[in-house]
Write a protein that binds this ligand. Structure first.
Ligand SMILES: Cc1cc2nc3c(=O)[nH]c(=O)nc-3n(C[C@H](O)[C@H](O)[C@H](O)COP(=O)(O)O)c2cc1C
Length: 207
């Protein structure tokens, strides 16, 4: 290895080409698997891997939602209107349902019904949650912030209640092996966790 790198003038790339590059660079990404309710009461389900947490006091998580041909996606339309949603974390075993739930359907078609997924009532929001996902986080919309020229919007919500599958939380910590979270890489490619290593504990003052 001679350490040489190829400079890529990212500002000269078209948005789809930049997207292809960036989704290969920012990896692996967790997936927010989101249920939301339309004004007509249709339960929508879609995956979003531009996903992270943004605050711990209160606990806020964010997903970046782009546009489809300039039009807002159903998830964002629903969250804007109702102010509520549920973010699930799927396991590697959920990969088929997660991937298929990204297929485009008209707003009156529920991806949950199409995929035959079981749901159950949530406690703090009207939006039902997926019964069998390892983790479900009931969320209330905090704010939506627009970025760039393509209509991307960062949707930030407060986590009101967390449901974790039995046995997943031990001494307040998630058993990551038991969660077996699905990771997204570029395109229709996914990964599971490889080796987990434990390093020395460095106290971080990041609260
Ligand atoms: C694993 C995965 C991750 C995705 N992540 C995002 C994302 O972060 N932001 C986004 O706008 N679309 C993302 N998509 C595409 C949306 O899931 C897709 O546009 C979906 O149809 C939106 O559904 P809706 O219109 O019902 O909200 C992703 C797709 C897949 C398969």
């Amino acid at each position: 290895m001679d350490g040489k790198k190829m400079p890529i003038d990212i500002r000269s790339l078209t948005p789809p080409i930049a997207y292809r590059l960036m989704t290969g660079i920012v990896v692996p990404r967790p997936i927010a698997w989101v249920t939301s309710l339309s004004a007509e009461g249709v339960l929508n389900l879609a995956p979003f891997s531009a996903f992270t947490f943004v605050s711990m006091n209160p606990v806020l998580i964010g997903i970046n939602i782009g546009r489809k041909a300039g039009v807002r996606k159903d998830t964002e339309v629903n969250i804007r209107a109702s102010g509520e949603y549920v973010v699930h974390i799927g396991g590697f075993a959920d990969r088929h349902a997660i991937h298929e739930s990204s297929a485009e359907h008209p707003p009156d078609v529920s991806e949950v019904d199409v995929l035959g997924l079981a749901t159950t009532a949530s406690d703090r929001v009207e939006v039902p949650r997926l019964r069998d996902a390892p983790v479900a986080m009931e969320c209330k919309l905090d704010q939506i912030v627009s970025f760039g020229r393509g209509g991307s919007e960062f949707v930030v919500g407060e986590v009101l209640l967390v449901h974790a599958r039995e046995g997943l939380v031990k001494n307040g910590k998630i058993d990551t092996r038991a969660l077996d979270p699905i990771c997204r890489i570029a395109g229709p490619n996914y990964a599971s966790l490889g080796e987990i290593v434990t390093m020395r504990n460095i106290e971080l003052a990041e609260k």
